[in-house]
Write a protein that binds this ligand. Structure first.
Ligand SMILES: [Cu+2]
Length: 131
């Protein structure tokens, strides 16, 4: 039982390690890139994100900071409990920061569930471009 689990874990590590190059088993062909040491930032103010659209190269760490006086959160448009990335308001009180490395090119729409929806209000976008 246990050795099977370990073997499965190793298989996952090997699979992930192999993802640097040619495709993966998930059906997605978008390549991921390692952290590149660059950082950029998005401020949560009352009640908006600044900037509302940020463009970064894949591998950049984006630091979200609650620069407002109110609690906010940062959740992906299709993931309101932030299972993939993002931070809920309990961990994003004023002055708190949350950072995430955007490794895969694409468009990442996010919002604050307190002050917006996935389409309006306190909503923002990270555009991640290929290096
Ligand atoms: Cu908010």
């Amino acid at each position: 039982m246990r050795s099977k689990a370990i073997r499965w874990s190793l298989a996952m590590v090997v699979t992930l390690a192999a993802c640097g190059g040619d495709g993966d088993t998930a059906g997605s062909t978008v390549e991921s890139y390692p952290a590149n040491g660059l950082t950029d930032s998005v401020l949560a103010i009352d009640n908006n994100f600044l900037p509302q659209t940020l463009t970064v190269v894949a591998g950049t760490e984006v630091v979200f900071e609650n620069a407002g006086h109110n609690p906010h959160n940062v959740v992906p448009a299709d993931d309101p409990i932030a299972t993939e990335w993002g931070v809920l308001d309990a961990h994003f009180l004023p002055d708190a920061t949350y950072s995430h490395v955007f490794a895969t090119p694409g468009t990442y729409t996010f919002y604050c569930t307190i002050h917006g929806s996935a389409k309006a209000g306190m909503v923002g976008t990270i555009e991640v471009t290929a290096p």
